[in-house]
Design a binder for this molecule. Structure first.
Ligand code: FAD
Length: 510
């Protein structure tokens, strides 16, 4: 019997564990995966991107019932072990209702101010490097980033200068990385193989290293790996969660606790609730609103690779972003979205994303000249975009929405690259290629257990407690009401810090 069980050790679960560790409560973290092995393949992009060595082999279904293998990582630290550690605050406006080309992005029941202090705590905990005020849309904070921004490598600096001359405002990308003393001068080499790779050198600011490892120093905190939660049971009254059913080494058993915090990620948390139906909750646990699994979002995302005549020998390109199109401006009636650099691609990454086969040297040549961008626009909550479970298999029914702004964003970037002086130097007169991310790339998943004031239309209250159950909280990407257009992890981390503090001060004390 534990006081608290936390399901999942990703961004949400690890931070909650960290925040609650010093309460003296008996805490168990249940994680379906293992520690990411430290091995030479950690740095091998063929293994990571072409052979998908670290993603689950589980198959999910799309809306037509066609199976696909999702780019999901089940391991200690969750997806943060592989993320790019671009750690953004949502903008103040993201918490309000905003009109988009595709419809309305709804208001949250909380404001930016409710998360502000936790964003700062999260940036400190995750060693974020950045330059406060350089991003024209970033909310004001008198506190600087905890660490100086990462330097641009020479080729990236050239592109920054060109875009600035063109009239855009490239800014220093906030990145979470924990350098050892004096290492920052060599940052590019140290951070080569970072975005999308596990970091065996343990400098990436991930949830395992920045929070779970600290929680594990407390004797009252246990971690159970390779243990999948199959079902959550309630007591006979149906008002409280009583135990979880887990599978470990092929055997099943139940473990009980007073408080349960579900942090399995937006998709798996929704699936687990739907699989946990009982006589009190015939449509799934915490689902009297019928909202569990609905409003699934994961952003409009495009990877765009521009091929210049001059080579790009950059090791770590992920040092700037562009938010000039984040809000409705520059002649656009509605928001377009956000642009950031990707980690420098190599031939294996380009091959993995190539729509057509080609000889290896083609990909090598392309990679030598490639400059890599990542474009993100908001997708809007739609109740028909949803996670369900069919015979134990996760099904993602998703129809893309709010695409127009994303198309404009892509056109604006291409125009900026062309007109900022170097596009005439693009190989073969202006080559770029791009790939929109489909449902098999659910990296930015969110929205499936959204928060709200009304129990009829939402799953969680403003402290991520389920409306339906006294002792069940959900702290992962599921709580998002709208997706914004920046990466989600810092908001999940900040919310976990906020919920942890609330539990400490108001729930566990009483
Ligand atoms: C390649 C990649 C790059 C990314 N880059 C960025 C970035 O630069 N910036 C950013 O902000 N975000 C980025 N993201 C997204 C970011 O990683 C996620 O937003 C974040 O990790 C989500 O946190 P979470 O707690 O909701 O879920 P997760 O981190 O996915 O954690 C969920 C955990 O629950 C476990 N679990 C699931 N089901 C069960 C079960 N039934 N029983 C037990 N355990 C279970 C999983 O194994 C996992 O460890 C990226 C993601 C990927 C994949």
């Amino acid at each position: 019997m534990y006081d608290i069980i936390i399901i999942g050790s990703g961004a949400g679960g690890s931070i909650i564990a960290y925040k609650l560790a010093d309460t003296g409560k008996r805490i168990l973290i249940v994680e379906r995966g293992d520690f990411v092995p430290v091995e030479k393949e950690n740095w091998d992009s063929e293994e990571v991107f072409e052979k998908n060595r670290y993603t689950t082999t589980e198959l999910w279904l799309d809306k037509h019932g066609k199976p696909f293998r999702p780019g999901m990582h089940y391991n200690v630290g969750g997806n943060t072990k592989f993320y790019g550690a671009a750690l953004f605050r949502l903008r103040e406006e993201d918490f309000k209702e905003i009109k988009h080309y595709g419809g309305i992005s709804p208001a949250w029941p909380i404001t930016y101010e409710d998360l502000k202090e936790y964003y700062l705590e999260a940036e400190t905990l995750f060693h974020v490097h950045g330059k406060r005020g350089s991003d024209p849309t970033e909310p004001f904070d008198s506190e600087p980033y905890p660490n100086a921004p990462l330097p641009h490598e020479p080729r990236i600096q050239e592109i920054v200068d060109e875009l600035q001359n063109y009239g855009l405002h490239p800014f220093e990308l906030p990145i979470g990385v924990n350098f050892k003393p004096h290492e920052t001068v060599n940052a590019p080499y140290i951070l080569d193989r970072f975005d999308g790779f596990p970091d065996a050198a343990e400098r990436k600011g991930d949830a395992h290293l920045c929070s779970l490892a600290k929680a594990m120093e407390y004797p009252n905190v246990d971690l159970m790996t390779n243990t999948k939660v199959l079902k959550i049971n309630t007591d006979s009254s149906g008002s409280r969660v009583s135990e979880i059913l887990v599978e470990q080494n092929g055997e099943t058993k139940t473990i009980s606790s007073d408080l349960l915090i579900l942090c399995a990620g937006a998709i798996n948390s929704a699936a687990l609730l739907l699989e946990s139906k009982n006589e009190h909750f015939p449509n799934g646990l915490a689902n009297t609103s019928d909202q569990v699994g609905r409003n699934y979002m994961f952003h409009q995302n495009t990877a765009l690779v521009a091929l210049y005549t001059e080579p790009n020998p950059t090791k770590f390109g992920k040092t700037f972003g562009i938010n000039d199109f984040y809000h409705a401006n520059r002649g656009y009636e509605f928001p377009l979205g956000h642009i950031q650099m990707l980690g420098k691609s190599d031939e294996h990454q380009i091959k993995a994303d190539s729509p057509v086969p080609a000889p290896g040297f083609t990909f090598e040549l392309m990679a030598e000249h490639a400059v890599d961008f990542w474009l993100t626009s908001e997708d809007l909550p739609d109740p028909e975009n949803r996670v369900t479970v069919e015979d134990g298999q996760i099904k993602i029914s998703y129809t893309s929405n709010n695409e127009k702004g994303h198309h404009f964003l892509k056109s604006e970037l291409i125009k900026a690259l062309k007109e900022s002086g170097k596009f005439e130097n693009f190989l073969f007169k202006g080559i770029y290629f791009s790939k929109g991310m489909d449902i098999a790339s659910p990296a930015h998943q969110n929205g499936t257990t959204r928060m709200g004031l009304a129990p009829q239309t939402s799953v969680l209250d403003i402290y991520c407690k389920t409306h339906d159950l006294e002792n069940l909280y959900i702290v992962d990407g599921g709580f998002f009401v709208s997706s914004g257009a920046v990466n989600p992890a810092l908001t999940i981390i900040a919310m976990a810090l906020r919920v942890g503090e609330h539990l400490k001060n108001n729930v566990l004390k009483s």
